[in-house]
Ligand binder design. Structure first.
Ligand code: ZN
Length: 118
């Protein structure tokens, strides 16, 4: 089961019904009350994944296509305009452009690792 699928279900059940508007809170309730055994995912991504991303970002950090500023990764972000949840987003430190992504931190880690090898 993909992390993003479980989060979608949690969002539908607890944010869709107006119980909360916080995705972490929605996920916590879903994991406690509704999740099947195979849907049990960690509430937060694990520290090793975060650590690995930070390490990869030191080597290759994507840049903004509009201003070439450095992009920073945000995890479990909710769009300010649509309210939609995304596993990750890239935020430009210079022009504040936000690029939402459906890729998980783990998927980005793989991409960043591959770029480092080239
Ligand atoms: Zn920019």
């Amino acid at each position: 089961m993909q992390r993003s699928e479980v989060i979608q279900k949690a969002r539908k059940k607890y944010i869709g019904s107006g119980i909360t508007n916080n995705i972490t809170e929605a996920l916590r309730m879903y994991l406690e009350k509704d999740a099947t055994e195979e849907e049990q995912i960690p509430l937060f991504i694990s520290a090793p994944v975060e650590y690995a991303i930070k390490r990869e970002l030191k080597l290759v950090r994507p840049v903004c296509d509009e201003c070439e500023g450095e992009l920073f990764m945000q995890i479990e972000i909710v769009s300010l305009t649509s309210g939609e949840h995304f596993p990750t987003a890239w935020i430009c430190k210079t022009c504040n452009k936000i690029e939402y992504s459906n890729k998980t931190p783990e998927q980005w880690l793989e991409i960043l690792k591959n770029e480092n090898r080239e």
